[in-house]
Design a protein around this ligand. Structure first.
Ligand SMILES: Cc1cc2nc3c(=O)[nH]c(=O)nc-3n(C[C@H](O)[C@H](O)[C@H](O)COP(=O)(O)O)c2cc1C
Length: 181
């Protein structure tokens, strides 16, 4: 059994929609257990993160970077960083923003840098933008979603959710391969 934890924050429900898509994709790979962990509940879940084979980080883009609650989680993880407790775990990320660009690149770069500080192994999105709108925002770091003023029941759209699924599937595949080496 390989475990994938998805740690995310969502203030208004959009990033949560992408977060919920990620384990659907991971479930396509046999022997994978994926678990969603909202940052608001992180205090109950540190041990699960320590035991996970892969951790996928998800934050909305607020003011050109990760949201404050997600940053609080990052800062709290400095206790883990001290012992390099997540070293060699697989990492990946996703974000959601109001505009097409909106600073998502900066958010993803922050998630990536964070994972590198923890000695993790970053898995990006192996997806050329195009088919059925998948990776329509041309992200390679991870999955990016976007919605204007639409409520989370309407946006992110199906393509952005499917892109989240693809990220979950890819991370699960890599986790399984690495475990079997
Ligand atoms: C405090 C705040 C700051 C925001 N800053 C940005 C921004 O820098 N770029 C952007 O494109 N959208 C920005 N937005 C819009 C959000 O990224 C967008 O509404 C996103 O879908 C919210 O995700 P959530 O529903 O998971 O909280 C901001 C929204 C809030 C509430």
């Amino acid at each position: 059994m390989n475990t994938v934890a998805i740690v995310y924050h969502s203030g208004y429900g959009h990033t949560a929609e992408v977060a919920r898509a990620v384990p659907r994709g991971a479930a396509d790979i046999a022997g994978i257990e994926a678990r969603l962990i909202p940052v608001a509940e992180i205090e109950k879940h540190w041990r699960e993160l320590d035991a996970a084979d892969a951790i996928i980080f998800g934050a909305p883009t607020y003011m050109g970077g990760v949201s404050a609650p997600f940053k609080a989680f990052m800062d709290a993880s400095s206790r883990v960083w001290l012992t390099q407790g997540w070293k060699d775990k697989i990492a990946a990320g996703f974000t959601h923003s109001g505009s097409q660009g909106g600073g998502k690149f900066n958010t993803m770069a922050h998630l990536f840098t964070f994972a590198m500080q923890h000695g993790m192994i970053w898995v990006g999105l192996d997806m050329i933008p195009g088919g059925e709108g998948l990776n329509r925002l041309s992200f390679y770091f991870g999955a990016g979603g976007q919605a204007g003023q639409e409520p989370p029941e309407e946006a992110p759209n199906e393509a952005d959710k499917k892109t989240g699924e693809a990220l979950g599937r890819r991370v699960a595949e890599v986790a399984r391969k690495l475990k079997s080496v």
